[in-house]
Ligand binder design. Structure first.
Ligand code: ATP
Ligand code: BTN
Length: 318
C-alpha cells in the first residue's frame, strides 16, 4: 500500500467520529502502533487537526466529510477523477490536455502545490475546502478566454444561491468574497495557438471550513461555513458547481458575455465603492461601476468612466 493510501485509510476510520486507539487502527491496517503514530503526524502536516488522549486514542478536532467518487459519478455525466492527494488539480489536467475530453473534471482533498494567479500559492489543507478543476475546449480561441473566470464566477454565486446560501459576492476578475473577505479564487490557465481552439483549465479553490491556524495567507479570508448555518454537503456542492459550470460555459459559447454582465454587476462586491487598480506602471483610484460587455472593469474618476482589462491588473479596496 502506498504511503498516502495508509493515511487515507486512517482518515476514513477517523471520519466515522469518536476515538480510535492506535492499536485498533494498527490492527485494521496491519501496521504497528508506532507506524500509526507516524502516519498521524503526516496527516497533521496535511492540515488536519487531530488530537490524542492517553488511554482513548485519536480523534478529529472537527468532523470531516470525505469526497466520494462514486457519489459524484452517479449524478455527473462529465468524466471525473477524484485524486485525494495531488500537487495541483489544474496542473494535473494541464499535463494531459491532448488526451482529455472537454468537460473533464479533477477534484482533490489536498494540494501540495495549489496555485493562484502569477505563481502565487493557494493554501490547500486536507478535507477542509474544495479544489476543483475542469478542462474546456473553446473553439472561439484564446481571445474569448478572458471572459471565462467571470462566467464561472457568476455560475458559482448563483449555484450557491440555489442551495440557499446568499451573500457571496464577486471581485473582478477571479475572486469570490463573503463579508468583504476572500472565500474562493478562480484560476484559468490556457494552452493553444493563435487561430486555433483554446484549451482551458478552469480551477477553483473554495474554503469551506478552514482552520484559523493555517499559515501563508496574507489577506483577510473566510470560509463558506460562515455564510450558512446549514451543514455543507461537500459532494453535493461539487455536483452543483460542476453542473453550473457546464451550463454557464455552454451559454458563453453561444452568446458570449451577453446575459452575464448584468448578473455579474448584481453580485459585484465593490460596485459603488472606492477601489484602486494596480497595473504595474500606474495605479488608478476611483469608484467601481461594474463590468462592461467585454468583461473590462469600469472605474469612474474625475475623467469619467474608463474601462480596464488584462491579466496583470489587481483590484484593491481603499
Ligand atoms: P489579484 O487581485 O491580483 O488576483 P490576489 O491577492 O487575490 O490578487 P491571487 O493570485 O488571485 O491573488 O490569489 C493568491 C492569493 O490568495 C495568495 O497570495 C494569498 O494571499 C491568498 N490565498 C491563498 N490561499 C488562500 C485560501 N485558501 N483562501 C483565501 N485566500 C488564499
Ligand atoms: C486565485 O485566487 O488566484 C485563484 C486560486 C485558484 C485555486 C484553485 S484550487 C484548484 C485549482 N488548482 C490549483 O492549483 N489552483 C486552482
Amino acid at each position: 500500500m502506498k504511503e498516502h493510501q495508509v493515511k487515507l485509510k486512517i482518515l476514513k476510520e477517523l471520519s466515522q467520529g469518536g476515538f480510535h486507539s492506535g492499536e485498533e487502527l494498527g490492527q485494521a491496517l496491519g501496521i504497528s502502533r508506532a507506524a500509526v503514530s507516524k502516519h498521524i503526524q503526516g496527516i497533521q502536516q496535511w492540515g488536519v487537526d487531530i488530537f490524542r488522549i492517553q488511554g482513548k486514542g485519536y480523534q478529529l478536532a472537527k468532523p470531516l466529510q470525505l469526497l466520494d467518487e462514486s457519489v459524484l459519478k452517479q449524478t455527473l455525466s462529465a468524466p471525473l477523477e477524484l485524486i485525494p492527494i495531488i500537487d495541483s488539480t489544474n496542473q494535473y489536467l494541464m499535463d494531459q490536455l491532448p488526451e482529455l475530453q472537454s468537460g473533464s473534471v479533477c477534484v482533490s482533498e489536498y494540494q501540495a502545490k495549489g496555485r493562484g494567479r502569477r505563481g502565487r500559492q493557494w493554501v490547500s489543507p486536507f478535507g477542509a475546502n474544495l479544489y476543483l478543476s475542469m478542462y474546456w475546449r473553446l473553439d472561439a480561441g484564446m481571445a474569448a478566454a478572458m471572459g471565462l473566470s467571470l462566467v464561472v464566477g457568476v455560475a458559482i454565486v448563483e449555484a450557491l444561491e440555489s442551495l440557499g446560501i446568499d451573500g457571496v459576492k464577486l471581485k473582478w476578475p477571479n475572486d469570490l468574497y463573503y463579508d468583504d473577505k476572500k472565500l474562493a479564487g478562480i484560476l484559468v490557465e490556457m494552452s493553444g495557438q493563435a487561430g486555433g481552439a483554446a484549451h482551458l483549465v478552469i480551477g477553483m479553490g473554495m474554503n469551506l471550513a478552514m482552520s484559523d491556524t493555517v499559515e501563508g495567507i496574507d489577506q483577510p479570508w473566510t470560509s463558506l461555513s460562515h455564510a450558512t448555518s446549514k451543514t455543507i454537503d461537500r459532494n453535493q456542492l461539487v455536483i452543483a458547481f460542476i453542473q453550473a459550470w457546464q451550463n454557464a460555459l455552454l451559454d458563453y459559447e453561444m452568446m458570449g458575455l451577453t446575459g452575464f454582465v448584468e448578473r455579474w454587476n448584481r453580485h459585484d462586491n465593490f460596485v459603488g465603492r472606492q477601489v484602486k487598480l494596480l497595473m504595474g506602471h500606474r495605479d488608478v483610484e476611483g469608484t467601481l461601476r461594474g463590468i462592461d460587455a467585454q468583461g473590462a472593469v469600469l472605474i469612474e474618476t474625475d475623467q469619467g468612466v474608463q474601462a480596464f482589462i488584462g491579466g496583470e491588473i489587481s483590484l484593491r479596496k481603499v
